[in-house]
Design a binder for this molecule. Structure first.
Ligand code: GLN
Length: 245
């Protein structure tokens, strides 16, 4: 049976995720209240601002934070894009900000610099097939390290972006990274540092839908109508209303 996918709709680029899910012939439901999670098979946590989603869920009389944790603990699939990956992470470099702490990854926020350093690049993601994926990074995080149970699905060269190679922001974080993890999976949890919902290539969402429907992800071909970079970039800034650093 075709699944119903919830998109956490307290903040961030919700409509774009709904569009991707619907393009795959599945139902998308905007989730604002804890009880709505009973009616969905999987959940997407969109891009946005991780400190804001932490506040909005913690200060929520509806206990939505606890309900998302229960959803994860019950083995239901959750996909976090960008801010969503930060919110799912066990560890955030140099920060104790609120988070679900569900996935065994350590993330670095704003790893490529401020909003104006946002960029697009192509990624090889073997599980999605041979065709590289156009990936849009908007003030995105990276995964600095991942536990044993985490499957690394994609990496970028650490020299990518305008900051180039950086060390950690803390005195004890002097490691120079050659590459950063930008997509990973741990059992029912999937994260990406980039925004597949801003293109017409729905392979990442299709992979997530397959996780939800318990089918081994099929290799599907990329969408034929790829958008031009400038169009996607402006759409992104409009839709996400991210505060610039
Ligand atoms: N920089 C944001 C944060 O740290 C994430 C940006 C995004 O989701 N595009 O929360």
């Amino acid at each position: 049976m075709a699944s119903t996918i919830g998109v956490l709709s307290l903040q961030g680029d919700v409509a774009e995720h709904c569009r991707s899910i619907e393009a795959l012939g599945r139902r998308a439901v905007q989730i604002r209240y804890a009880r709505q999670l009973d009616g969905v098979d999987g959940l997407i946590i969109p891009g946005g601002e991780s400190t804001t989603i932490a506040k909005l869920t913690a200060d929520n009389p509806d206990a939505i934070f606890d309900r998302i944790r229960e959803f994860i603990d019950a083995g239901k699939p959750v996909y976090g894009t960008c801010m969503g990956s930060i919110f799912l992470a066990k560890e955030i470099e140099g920060s104790q900000q609120g988070r679900l702490a569900a996935m065994d990854i350590k993330v670095r926020r704003n790893a490529f610099g401020p909003q104006r350093f946002s960029f697009e690049t192509t990624l090889n993601i073997p599980v999605l097939g041979d065709e590289p994926l156009n990936a849009i990074f908007i003030r995105g995080p990276v995964i600095l390290s991942a536990g044993e149970g985490v499957d690394v699905m994609a990496r970028v060269d650490a020299n990518i972006g305008r900051l180039g190679k950086t060390t950690g922001s803390l005195p004890d974080e002097s490691t120079l990274y050659d590459s950063y993890i930008v997509m990973a999976r741990q059992n029912n949890l999937l994260v990406s540092s980039f925004h597949p919902e801003l293109t017409d290539d729905h392979r990442v969402h299709n992979y997530f839908v397959q996780m939800v429907e318990c089918i081994e992800p099929a290799k599907v071909s990329a969408g034929s109508e790829k958008e031009e970079g400038s169009k996607t970039a402006s759409r992104l800034v409009n839709s996400m209303a991210l505060a610039s650093v």
